[in-house]
Design a protein around this ligand. Structure first.
Ligand SMILES: [Zn+2]
Length: 199
């Protein structure tokens, strides 16, 4: 079974952190938090069986901790993209590479908005071409995560995200339903043609 993580909300329903099940159950049993969403998985002890929480909420409002630094590096790009190839949807952290959407060869920059996770096969196939030239689709425009917390949230499996999504601000995490269906065309800084092929 995949590791179970729990989304911890402030009293105001604002997401605070992702914690492990042990900490979440500790907060529930000491009355410091309440259940908001349960998962479908049971945890059993000799005397009790209970559903593992998926989202919990603190009973008292706490001031937000200082924001963590958001570093721009391969590890965090993979986290943002859920360790998933943005072209074919293949998942796997070890073999994932970083692709420049607009290749450096064509002046593309190494910034959040121009890099995506790609499997070796898609990266090789795309080569020094834009997605449009290579006729490869991106489900959505890459962007800078709004905070380190949301980067951690984005690294979670789709199973978690489907439950958590309604507690997150709109657009804070990648769309879970827009795989190839997003018709928006994103502007290009060069010849007016979008480098992305989205529909
Ligand atoms: Zn791929």
């Amino acid at each position: 079974m995949e590791p179970r993580n729990v989304l911890l909300l402030n009293r105001s329903f604002e997401p605070l952190q992702v914690c492990d099940v042990r900490r979440a159950i500790g907060l529930l049993f000491t009355g410091r938090a309440e259940r908001v969403e349960d998962s479908a998985d049971l945890i059993r002890s000799p005397s009790v069986a209970l559903f593992i929480p998926s989202v919990i909420r603190l009973q008292r409002y706490i001031q937000r901790p200082p924001r963590q630094t958001l570093s721009f590096n391969k590890k965090n790009i993979l986290k943002r993209d859920g360790y998933t190839c943005q072209y074919c949807g293949r998942n796997g952290s070890e073999r994932m590479t970083i692709d420049h959407v607009v290749p450096r060869f064509l002046g593309g920059k190494t910034i959040w908005e121009n890099v995506v996770s790609a499997c070796r096969s898609c990266n090789t196939r795309k080569g020094n071409r834009t997605p449009q030239q290579a006729e490869m689709r991106l489900p959505q425009r890459p962007s800078k995560p709004i905070s380190a917390l949301y980067l951690t949230i984005m690294a979670q499996s789709a199973r978690h995200l489907h439950v958590w999504q309604k507690y997150l601000p709109a657009g804070a995490v990648r769309s879970l339903s827009g795989n190839g269906k997003d018709k928006e065309v994103y502007p290009c800084n060069g010849d007016g043609q979008s480098p992305f092929l989205l529909s």
